[in-house]
Design a protein around this ligand. Sequence first.
Ligand SMILES: [Zn+2]
Length: 302
Amino acid sequence: MFENIIDKKLVFAGTKKKFVKSPQYIVLHHSGASAEQTVEQIHKFHLGKGWLGIGYNALVDKNGIVYWGRGIDYVGAHCKGYNEISVGICAIGNMDENIMPDAQEKSIVKLIKEIKEYYPTIRKIVGHKELSATDCPGANYPLSEIIDLVSKQDGQSEEQEEILMILNEGDKGASVSAMQSRLIALGYDCGYIDGIFGIKTKSALVAFQGANNISATGVLDNRTNIVLEGAISEVKLPQIKKGNSGQYVSILQRLLNRRKYKLSEDGIFGKLTEAAVLEFQKKSNIAVDGIVGKNTWHAILS
Ligand SMILES: [Zn+2]
């Protein structure tokens, strides 16, 4: 979220005020001046009005580049009476005289979506003139088109979420066991593979998310699940059997032990490990040969 947004490190004439309540509106503006105007120039202009600095929360230029103005967490100065409860986005340029370039429109749509994700309290997207006596954001501003595009993309992401699994602390069942097995195979300790999403499983998941640059929520969401599956498929678990030794034997022993077998996790595939594998294969209805290949790994990880 909010990747590729440029922070110009603007210096404000005082301490910016944080939102007290989560905003409810997104207010769309145009700068009403040249499309070549820079964020710094607008900042200077607003400072000149005796304000803290640039009044918009974010700005989008004609090439679709997005900049922070006052920022996402701070009360702006862009729509009198609504600043405390709204996020203001400025399209740099004059939408009375010009048409909005596609790149700018696309970036505004994406930004609105991200703001709505960040503030689920947002319930309305409006043009400035709907709230104040002004012509802003300009006659050519594609307001309804932008609102349509935002809601269309919203619908698509909701569908995806329905299809893909989301597991939370407190959940139970086979999908929790599968997640636990995968985490253990990747070296994250989540206790027993018991199908119960408890505190230990949650902290293992948080550690996995942290190591993979996913926000560490401790929830198995779509994104985390995809990354977890990718990590497992990259491990390329080798075929192992009696007589082998090494880290994959240790992983196997650990995975079996989490299923209540009692092997020493020494990385040596001996008689006892083989007996446990044979029993596990029998229980899982796969070929009972004591050889841990694709099918056995698959069974143990699912
Ligand atoms: Zn405006």
